[in-house]
Design a protein around this ligand. Structure first.
Ligand code: PXP
Length: 373
């Protein structure tokens, strides 16, 4: 689908939206509006640039959020075939300010502006009359709703539930309930696509007995989180989970605090991956959203990376969260393009999961604490 995207926005270090995601979004919008083969050009610019365009073409010497330059001929409008729709210019400065004012992400604001611009290209014009303005507004709402259900339908991401904290509760009393094995059954019956447990070296929650029983009872997929330590590696080779996820492990931490430094220990980790490969156990590596770590994971032949979402979830402000989200979006695309399969997790809950789940290249989310809470 020919969507052309150009970014002319050079006065900040990080772009507030992810270009690949915006391009995919535009393709989906074209399909939803009945122009799957329509040709569209999108320009993401600064206020300065949109102001110049606004002055040149509309005689308005001020920045604006979106400009649309239709090219659509009547014939193409009727047939919907191979139509050259035109150009949409969006100011990321204005979109950013509007997003902040409305308390939404820049991505969401740009989505709404893209829909607005696209409807202009398709002949809608709110400046024509009040009636036309209402018609356009209702069409915008309709397209946004269609988009949301399309995202939900197309991207039914897999959910793997981490049941460690059921074991945490059991260990607090030193008795045999609640049982993480029972919890795993309930999660699977409720539709989970996988069960995750972290067998820590200090056995603070999940015990050897748990992983043995889970191996016998999990019907979906058992993912064993583990440190790359010899005792645990040997146990995993014997247990044969459906996959393992290598994580860093520190005795003092309350939970895993960050991704594994793969680039700093490639030789050691490559050996673990090779040993697992001999036992047909795919390896995932928990990493921060960082290109160097992705390359290292690829170099050592990992099958998956799991991108750490902790900093995105723990962000102290919307701005910080947006920045972390962009790092995750970029990392997911980079890893996918490098041929890795991509999972994500840590700290996700009702408010933080939706945006991550909508990322195109992520296959599975690993969520524990929020679900069990
Ligand atoms: N992914 C990894 C690698 C983890 O270590 C954990 C926590 O055990 C999770 C995902 C799940 O995190 P949370 O319990 O915060 O959902």
């Amino acid at each position: 689908m020919p969507v052309y995207l150009t970014v002319e926005f050079d006065h900040t270090t990080t772009l507030p939206v992810h270009p690949g995601t915006i391009k995919n979004l535009a393709s989906v919008l074209l399909k939803l509006c009945g122009y799957p083969d329509g040709e569209l050009s999108i320009l993401l610019v600064s206020d300065q640039r949109i102001r110049a365009l606004n002055k040149e073409y509309r005689k308005k010497d001020a920045p604006t959020n979106v400009l649309a330059f239709p090219q659509l001929e009547d014939f193409a409008r009727v047939t919907g075939k191979g139509a050259l729709l035109g150009d949409i210019v969006i100011s990321l400065d204005t979109a950013g300010m509007e997003a902040q004012r409305e308390g939404i992400s820049v991505h969401h604001r740009v989505t709404v502006l893209l829909i607005h611009g696209l409807l202009h290209l398709l002949g809608f014009d709110h400046e024509r009359s009040v009636k036309e303005a209402l018609r356009m507004e209702s069409e915008e709402e309709k397209v946004l709703e269609l988009l949301n259900s399309e995202i939900r339908r197309e991207k039914m991401i897999n959910l793997a539930v981490n049941v460690d904290h059921v074991a945490t509760l059991r260990q607090a009393r030193g008795i045999n309930e609640p049982d993480p094995v029972h919890a795993a059954v309930l999660c699977e019956l409720a539709g989970a696509g996988g069960i995750v447990v972290h067998l820590r070296e200090d056995r603070r929650h999940i015990q050897d007995r748990d992983v043995i029983l889970l191996r016998q009872t999990v019907k979906t997929k058992l993912n064993l989180e583990m440190a790359a330590s010899e005792e645990i590696i040997k146990g995993a080779l014997k247990l044969k989970p459906d996959m393992i996820t290598l994580v860093p492990e520190k005795r003092q931490e309350l939970t895993t605090e960050g991704g594994l430094n793969v680039s700093g220990q490639k030789k050691k980790l490559a050996k673990v991956v090779a040993r697992m490969a001999q036992a047909s156990i795919p390896v995932s590596i928990f990493i921060d959203p960082n290109a160097k770590q992705i390359k290292a994971a690829k170099d050592i032949d990992a099958t998956f990376v799991e991108i750490h979402t902790g900093r995105y979830c723990d962000a102290a402000s919307d701005k910080e969260r947006d920045e972390e989200f962009l790092l995750i979006a970029e990392a997911a695309e980079t890893a996918f393009e490098a041929g890795l399969r991509v999972n994500a997790g840590h700290g996700l809950n009702y408010t933080t999961t939706q945006r991550i789940a909508a990322l195109e290249h992520i296959e599975e989310l690993s969520i524990g604490h929020a679900i069990l809470s």
